[in-house]
Design a protein around this ligand. Structure first.
Ligand SMILES: Nc1ncnc2c1ncn2[C@@H]1O[C@H](COP(=O)(O)OP(=O)(O)OP(=O)(O)O)[C@@H](O)[C@H]1O
Ligand SMILES: [Mg+2]
Length: 295
């Protein structure tokens, strides 16, 4: 894997997708993703931010070819992934993983925690059964799941624990790219910062790139290298994170920024463990995410 940060691990151009029975909010057109392009450097994080229905998840799923694009090119690690045959794509899949918003639905309820993490190793490595179990144990310990919990089933774990397990499972195949689709949106506010911190530690250890999908601008500001603002299937503005906050040029970006609450440093008890206002941000904007979803 190229760890040189000037190298693009992912380059997307002209990505397009229409759904037959769908009409876009505000546009009336069936195009969910309408000519999206960006590039993501190795080891970095690109956040895609926008309101519900903007086309964020559809974009993420097309990159992993969980949904077939109507048009566009996707180069991952130098390979045009739309040209890959099924068996080549299968091999490539080990290198691109996705973490979903709802960890309950991304794990099989009938499979124990340890087996869920060992499973991808069966398809993507030559490890023996025992080695797979050992590796799963190591991965689970790394994400904060105790060895005595590996024989449990998903329903016996909390939401935050399940998301940690989903992260361990995604990392089992040593991906270069992880598409994180609102990975903390379903979690309690107190747990969100822990899961984000875990993702950031793992990124620093492994040099992975993240495509991080979120409603929440103030959340992604704390760790994204670049931010792309998406609306009605298009990216309206994409910039280094600091620049986007300091000098937003598109009216929609400004509108989103004006909706970001400013944390009050005088309110006690809302500081993140490291003394920042991270959780205050998340708490305040978490309600925006919920409101968008409820519409
Ligand atoms: N399988 C599908 N069939 C029909 N329409 C779809 C399908 N998947 C997505 N859409 C539509 O495409 C648009 C974009 O959806 P998408 O899920 O990508 O948005 P999003 O930005 O991820 O939204 P959210 O923040 O709510 O997750 C939406 O209007 C949605 O209704
Ligand atoms: Mg989505």
């Amino acid at each position: 894997m190229a760890s040189d940060t000037t190298t693009a691990i992912l380059t997307v151009e002209g990505l397009r997708k229409s759904f037959e029975h769908h009409r876009g909010k505000g546009t009336g057109r069936p195009t969910a993703v309408d000519g999206v392009g960006f590039s993501l450097r190795a080891g970095q994080t690109l956040a895609i931010v926008g309101e519900s229905g903007a086309g964020k998840s559809t974009t993420g799923r097309m990159i992993l070819r969980l949904i077939e694009p109507d048009a566009g090119t996707i180069h991952f690690d130098g390979v045009d992934i739309r040209s890959l045959r099924a068996h080549e794509l299968r091999r490539m899949r080990a290198r691109m993983q996705m973490i979903f918003q709802d960890p309950y639905s991304s794990l099989n309820p009938k499979v124990t925690v340890g087996a869920a993490v060992a499973e991808p190793l069966r398809f993507h490595t030559d490890l023996s059964r025992r080695e797979r179990a050992e590796e799963a144990l190591r991965l689970l310990e790394r994400v904060g799941i105790r060895p005595d919990q590996i024989d449990r089933f998903p329903y016996e774990m909390s939401g935050g624990q399940l998301q940690r397990i989903a992260i361990a499972r995604a990392l089992a195949t040593k991906p270069y790219l992880v598409v994180c689709d609102e990975p903390t949106a379903s979690l309690d506010v107190s747990i969100q910062a822990q899961v984000i911190n875990l993702l950031l530690e793992l990124q620093a250890e492994r040099g992975m790139s993240y495509l991080f999908i979120s409603h929440n601008l103030s959340l992604v500001r704390t760790f994204a290298d670049h931010i792309a603002v998406m609306r009605n299937g298009q990216i309206v503005e994409a910039k280094p994170a600091d620049e986007l906050f300091d000098n937003p040029t598109h009216p929609y970006t400004r509108q989103l920024l004006s909706a970001v609450p400013v944390p009050d440093p005088h309110v006690p008890g809302l500081l993140a463990p490291d003394g920042t206002h991270e959780e205050t941000h998340m708490q305040a904007t978490g309600s925006v995410a919920a409101r968008d979803r409820d519409r």
